[in-house]
Design a protein around this ligand. Structure first.
Ligand code: ATP
Length: 252
């Protein structure tokens, strides 16, 4: 059963078709990657899913609801927009306070929907925050100010902040961009832990093929707005169209 699905999703900018009838699914608990060369339509596809852009045609379904073209503030009620919000770090607050604020904000935002759900205590917020900090390996730095963290740890804190709102799906937009090889490795380890420990559904856009082949269950490959391949890493790696689109025929 899919958590997220697009059906014949299309976005045109004047005469340019940036997303060309894209149909794909993200199943619960899977790590789903979207890849493609520059200008392939990855950002446009994601923006049509989150409501940042209105699709020209087709539909988007999240958790069995049609959310096509919904404004982000309406879509929040379906749980999808929590996954896509950009995590912003407050540099003068501690690592832990940053995560607690996100957990509190999520609780407030979902209050009307989860009227009978008892998360309404600071104890609950505290527990969620500690669990997420532990998950990203920042528990020992919880009392440090967020601004003093090294770059890689800041990106991990952003993941903890996103997780604190308990999203149905975690969206990661090039999570390792700008990281050193060591930071990249530990972030990939982290993603693997999140998959195993929390059973998260992850939608990831990433340029680094090595990372994608390591962590993705299924990969959607776009080129000039169209789906040219969709399958397991092995299926995608062996696909001639993918090799052609990416590297002009050089083997991946
Ligand atoms: N707002 C816009 N107006 C007009 N054309 C756009 C707009 N946004 C994107 N495009 C065009 O749509 C196509 C797809 O762009 P998009 O940014 O979705 O690709 P991408 O796969 O995310 O690329 P990159 O990997 O470089 O980020 C490109 O040709 C781009 O120039």
């Amino acid at each position: 059963m899919s958590l997220l699905e697009t059906r014949d999703l299309r976005k045109q900018f004047g005469g340019l078709t940036a997303v060309d009838d894209v149909t794909f699914q993200v199943d619960r608990g899977e790590t789903r990657a979207v890849i493609g060369p520059n200008g392939a339509g990855k950002s446009t596809l994601i923006n049509c899913i989150t409501g940042m852009l209105k699709p020209t045609a087709g539909s988007v379904h999240f958790d069995d609801q049609d959310i096509t073209g919904m404004e982000p503030h309406v879509a929040v009620q379906t749980g999808i927009s929590k996954s896509f919000q950009t995590a912003s770090i407050f540099p003068n607050m501690t690592v832990k306070e940053n995560v607690e604020i996100a957990a509190l904000a999520a609780e407030h935002g979902s209050f009307q929907l989860n009227f009978f759900r008892d998360r309404g205590s600071f104890e609950g917020v505290h527990r969620i925050s500690e669990r997420m900090l532990d998950a990203v390996g920042l528990l020992k730095h919880r009392d440090q100010t967020a601004g003093s963290l090294p770059y890689g740890d800041k990106r991990r804190l952003e993941i903890a902040i996103a997780l604190a709102s308990e999203p149905e799906m975690l969206f990661m937009d090039e999570p390792t961009a700008g990281m050193s090889p060591e930071e990249t490795n530990s972030t990939v380890d982290l993603i693997e832990e999140l998959q195993d420990d929390l059973g998260l559904t992850i939608l990831i856009v990433e340029h680094d093929m090595e990372i994608i082949f390591r962590i993705a269950d299924r990969i959607l490959v776009l080129n000039r707005g169209r789906v040219i391949a969709d399958g397991t890493p092995e299926e995608v790696r062996d696909n001639e169209d993918v090799q052609e689109a990416y590297l002009g025929g050089v083997e991946l």
